[in-house]
Design a protein around this ligand. Structure first.
Ligand code: PLP
Length: 397
C-alpha cells in the first residue's frame, strides 16, 4: 500500500514503551515503579476543574477565535511577565493544542524543504521528527561534553548557509538542565547575528528548583524579539497533559502565519478548556504550583540519595523539569542478573523484568549512555522502586 514519503521519515514516539510494559505487569498484579512517565502524578488544580465544569454548562459550545479567547490571551500575557518572562501583548499570543502543535506550526511557518534546524542533543525526539515532517533537516548538536549546554562554539561548528532555526528547550527534557543567563545570552546574540530563528520551548519553565531562574532569550537580548518564537504549555505546570492545551507567543507576522495554519488544521483549542484554564492563567492556582514544587524538591532529594548509593551510575543534579538523566555507562558492556547488557535498551528491559522499574532508554533522546528517570511519581513508588533497583544494580558484573 502506498503511504506518503513523510511517513517513512518518522517512527512513533519512543517514550511510550515502558508505559505498556508497566501496564502489562500491573495487569498481572505486580507492583511497578514507572519512572518513565513524562507527566505529573497530580490531579489538576481544583479551581481549574471547577471552571471547566462551569464552562461545560455555560454557553461555550461554539467556535472561538483561532488564536483563543481574548481573556485567556490577556491573562497569559500578564502571567508571562509576572513570572519574570518578557512582555508581549495579548495579540501576540495564540493558544495551541498542546505545546506539541505549537512547535509543529512553528516548523511549518519557518522552515522550507532542505532548511536545517539545529537541535542540542540529548533532545526530546519530537523536535527532530517535526523538522523532518516539514522536510527540513534536523542537525543534532551534541552537548554531553559541555554539561548538556549548547555552547556557541558547538552551534557555530554546526552552522551552514542552510541553517534557519535553533530549537532550545530550557528547563530541559531529558537532562533537567536550565541554561544560565550568560549562556542563553551568548546563544541568543549568536542567533541574531547569524539570522537564525530560535524556537524556545519553555514548557517546564514553572517547574524549577528553588533559587533557579529559567531565563528567556528575549528578556536577555531585546533585539532578538523578531527572531524568537516561544512555546509553552499548561500540560506540565498544571498537571493537564491529557487536555492538550499550550500556547505560543512571538513576532506578529509569525504568529499570524501560524494562526492561518492552525485555522486549517485544529481550528483552535477546545472552547471548554480555554474557559477552564482561565483561573490557571490568572494565577488562581499558584498555590497548587507551590505544592508541586515542594513535592518535586522532596522527591528529587530521595532519588539523588538512592542513586548516590548505586555503583556504576552518575548524574548531574537536575535544576528544572522532573527528570534525572543518569549516566549508566559504568554498567554497559557487563552483565546484570546474568544477562549481558550492551545498550541502554538492554539495561532498561533487565531493570523492568528483574526490579519492576520503568525507565526510558537514552536512545529515545539520542544518547547511548544514559537513561531518563522521572521523579514525578508517588514517594512510596519512588522508595520501593529504587530499593528494588539497587539490589539488581548491586548484582552487576
Ligand atoms: N516540549 C517538551 C520539551 C516536552 O517534554 C513535552 C512533553 O513531554 C512537550 C513539549 C509537549 O507538551 P504538550 O503536552 O503541551 O504538547
Amino acid at each position: 500500500m502506498y503511504l506518503s514519503q513523510v511517513t517513512s521519515l518518522v517512527g512513533g514516539s519512543k517514550t511510550s514503551g515502558a508505559r505498556s510494559a508497566a501496564q502489562e505487569l500491573r495487569a498481572r498484579g505486580i507492583s511497578v515503579a514507572n519512572f518513565a512517565a513524562g507527566e505529573l502524578d497530580f490531579a489538576p488544580p481544583a479551581e481549574v476543574v471547577a471552571a471547566t465544569e462551569r464552562a461545560l454548562r455555560a454557553d461555550t459550545n461554539r467556535y472561538t477565535d483561532t488564536a483563543g479567547i481574548a481573556e485567556l490571551r490577556e491573562a497569559l500575557s500578564v502571567r508571562t511577565t509576572r513570572l519574570g518572562g518578557p512582555q508581549y501583548p495579548a495579540s501576540e499570543f495564540m493558544l495551541t493544542t498542546g505545546a506539541k502543535h505549537g512547535l509543529f506550526l512553528a516548523c511549518l511557518a519557518l522552515l522550507d524543504p532542505g532548511d536545517e534546524a539545529l537541535i542540542p542533543s540529548p533532545h526530546w525526539g519530537t523536535f527532530a521528527a517535526q523538522v523532518a515532517m516539514v522536510r527540513g533537516r534536523p542537525v543534532l548538536v551534541e552537548t554531553s561534553g559541555s554539561g548538556f549546554v549548547p555552547e556557541v562554539a558547538l552551534l557555530e561548528a554546526a552552522r551552514t548557509d542552510r541553517t534557519r532555526m535553533l530549537i532550545l528547550n530550557s528547563p530541559n527534557n531529558p537532562t533537567g538542565a536550565v541554561y544560565s543567563q550568560e549562556t542563553l545570552q551568548e546563544i541568543t546574540s549568536w542567533a541574531v547575528v547569524n539570522d537564525v530563528w530560535i524556537v524556545f520551548d519553555e514548557c517546564y519553565r514553572e517547574l524549577v528548583e528553588d533559587g533557579v531562574h529559567a531565563a528567556h532569550p528575549v528578556s536577555l537580548v531585546p533585539q532578538a524579539r523578531d527572531r524568537v518564537v516561544s512555546v509553552n504549555s499548561f500540560s506540565k505546570s498544571f498537571a493537564v497533559t491529557g487536555w492538550r492545551a499550550g500556547y505560543v507567543y512571538g513576532p506578529p507576522s509569525v504568529v499570524s502565519a501560524m494562526k492561518h495554519l492552525q485555522s486549517h488544521t485544529t481550528s483552535h483549542v477546545s472552547s471548554v478548556l480555554q474557559h477552564g484554564l482561565l483561573p490557571a492563567a490568572q494565577g488562581m492556582a499558584d498555590g497548587f504550583q507551590e505544592e508541586v514544587r515542594i513535592t518535586l524538591a522532596r522527591r528529587r532529594g530521595m532519588v539523588a540519595r538512592a542513586l548516590d548509593a548505586m555503583p556504576g551510575l552518575s548524574y548531574r543534579m537536575p535544576q528544572g523539569a522532573f527528570y534525572f538523566f543518569v549516566d549508566v555507562s559504568g554498567l554497559l558492556g557487563g552483565t546484570v542478573c546474568g544477562q549481558e547488557v550492551c545498550t541502554t535498551e538492554d539495561l532498561v528491559s533487565v531493570l523492568m523484568r528483574e526490579s519492576h522499574v520503568g525507565l526510558t532508554p537514552g536512545s529515545a533522546f539520542g544518547s547511548a549512555t544514559h537513561v531518563r528517570l522521572s521523579y514525578a511519581i508517588e514517594d512510596e513508588e519512588i522508595a520501593a522502586g529504587l530499593e528494588r533497583m539497587a539490589k539488581v544494580v548491586a548484582d552487576a558484573g
